[in-house]
Ligand binder design. Structure first.
Ligand code: FES
Ligand code: FES
Length: 163
């Protein structure tokens, strides 16, 4: 990442998808830029860059964060999970499998952010209602699916993991 003359950098520690990193980031650098350009994690997508669409969503200490407006310098010591970390063991999660079976992925641009938001929801609320799911998706724009397939996939995934 090119640095303008006089621009400061700061060293931060991040654990990303269970791997520890020490990274020099520029002042004003976003978490999205760090993930995509320094760590080659291009699952989180760049779209509005204003915190409005959810395409860049990752989890920071388990909570969804719009990485396009999160300063990397403020992330020191945090644990980050991106969509690449979901199937880290090589197997799709229940939620990812449900997305495939419900055709909840169409162009796929929103999918990494939507998966992270729903992963956080299912971690917190194992048996969410349809209203819970729709509420959690309030910050994620999908122009393809009309959301119903996404909601159905999340309900199925919750059923599959609930006792
Ligand atoms: S790219 Fe981050 S919210 Fe749209
Ligand atoms: S699948 Fe295309 S924007 Fe959601």
């Amino acid at each position: 990442m090119a640095r303008a003359a006089g621009e400061q950098s700061v060293s931060i520690r991040l654990v990303v998808n269970e791997r520890p990193h020490v990274i020099d980031v520029d002042a004003g650098e976003t978490l999205l830029g760090t993930l995509r350009e320094r760590l080659a994690l291009v699952g989180p997508k760049e779209a509005c860059c204003e915190g409005e669409c959810g395409a860049c969503t990752v989890l920071a200490d388990g909570s969804p964060v719009a990485s396009c407006i999160a300063a990397s310098g403020s992330m020191d010591g945090r644990t980050i999970r991106t969509v690449e970390g979901l199937a880290g063991s090589g197997e799709l999660t229940q939620l990812q499998q449900a997305f495939v079976s419900h055709a909840a992925v169409q162009c796929g641009y929103c999918t990494p952010g939507v998966l992270m938001v729903l992963t956080a929801l299912l971690d917190d609320v194992p048996e969410p209602s349809e209203a819970d799911i729709r509420r959690s998706l309030a910050g994620n724009i999908c122009r393809c699916t009309g959301y119903q397939q996404i909601v159905d996939a999340a309900l199925d995934a919750a059923r599959a993991v609930s006792p």
